[in-house]
Design a protein around this ligand. Structure first.
Ligand code: PMV
Length: 324
């Protein structure tokens, strides 16, 4: 048996280019960021064994590992993953699991995937299953399906491996994002939204007018490929322009929001090279690209003055890990 209390964490992410079209098999570019979700797994505390606690969301609920009717969708996803491990070692005493996160929730920063990936890693450690990163990613993807129905897989992939990735149809190419040559800010519109509903909204638009929506996806595809080139060539100004173009298409797909437009304006007034929503949109977070650190800080301060949660973000190469 491993030591009594252990903590495992996985990073959130920002999608630089290609959200929504990625669900239809087009490529996207994402980087892991320095905000993490954490699973604490413990064999101490006899009376709490066999229970899951998610204090940020359900402070007063301790969910038994047995799935019941009408569970919140996120808890149902967590329980499914827990069951996967408990079924394989029925004789082992159940752990107590507590999940926390410093990634803003329902805001487009991949918090649900980071939680699921950290949970999967924690369980594989507790049950001594020596699960590889590829397997963790695979199991976490199943949890994402319960939560978001038709996820592209980009969120769980970045939470598992960290770093920067060019993601295409489940395949990844690691990319080195030259983060020393630019700054990225995040501002949270504080408009809560739901990935599943937004993905469905785009799906309905697609079913209604395949030709138009397909042509928007193809435009995003071109942007993503150009962005990959711009990243390699460290052409930051062009990267910014491409973000603005990507945003225009996301607006056409119907996933913009007046608060997103307001934040983009604030970023522009602070000399952003480009800005766009990140994740599913409909609210959630906006990212801005800046050449100078002082402009990025100005953008963060102005966003905060307008009551948006905002921060300068750094990319991280550290994927899921056991915390010290
Ligand atoms: O809002 P998030 O962090 O769940 O990101 C969703 C990204 C989408 O492309 C809209 C969906 C997906 O599964 O890739």
């Amino acid at each position: 048996m491993n030591s009594k209390i252990n903590s495992f964490s996985a990073p959130g992410k920002i999608i630089l280019f290609g959200e929504h079209s990625v669900v239809y098999g087009y490529p996207a570019i994402a980087i892991a960021i320095d905000k993490r979700a954490r699973t604490i797994i413990s064999s101490e505390n006899e009376d709490k064994r066999g229970f899951l606690h998610v204090p940020d969301l359900y402070p007063n609920n301790f969910f038994p590992f047995i799935k019941k009717e009408n569970m919140p969708r996120d808890i149902a996803a967590h329980l499914k993953i827990i069951k996967y491990f408990t079924d394989s070692s029925p004789s082992k005493k159940l752990p107590y699991i507590s999940i926390t996160s410093d990634i803003p929730i329902s805001a487009g920063l991949g918090s649900s995937a980071a939680v699921i990936v950290s949970l999967t890693k924690a369980l594989s450690y507790y049950y001594d299953t020596y699960t590889s990163l590829d397997e963790i990613n695979h199991i976490a993807f199943k949890g994402e399906i319960i939560q978001h129905k038709t996820p592209s897989g980009i969120d769980n992939t970045i939470a598992t491996y960290g770093g920067g990735i060019y993601y295409h149809n489940g395949k990844i190419v690691n990319i080195s994002v030259p983060s020393s040559s630019f700054y990225i800010t995040v501002a949270n519109s504080m408009v809560k939204r739901n990935t599943k509903d937004l993905v469905l909204k785009v799906r309905q638009k697609y079913e209604k007018d395949k030709e138009t929506v397909q042509s928007l996806f193809i435009q995003i595809d071109t942007i993503v490929k150009e962005a990959l080139k711009a990243i390699k060539e460290k052409d930051i100004a062009h990267l910014g322009e491409l973000m603005n173009q990507n945003q225009k298409i996301l607006d056409k797909l119907g996933v913009g929001h007046p608060e997103i437009s307001k934040i983009i304006k604030i970023f522009k007034q602070s000399n952003s090279l480009g800005a766009k929503l990140t994740g599913a949109g409909g609210g959630g977070c906006v990212i801005g690209l800046f050449h100078k650190k002082e402009d990025a800080i100005k953008a963060v301060n102005r966003s905060r003055e307008n009551n948006y949660q905002s921060f300068l973000t750094l990319s991280t190469n550290i994927g899921v890990k056991k915390d010290e």
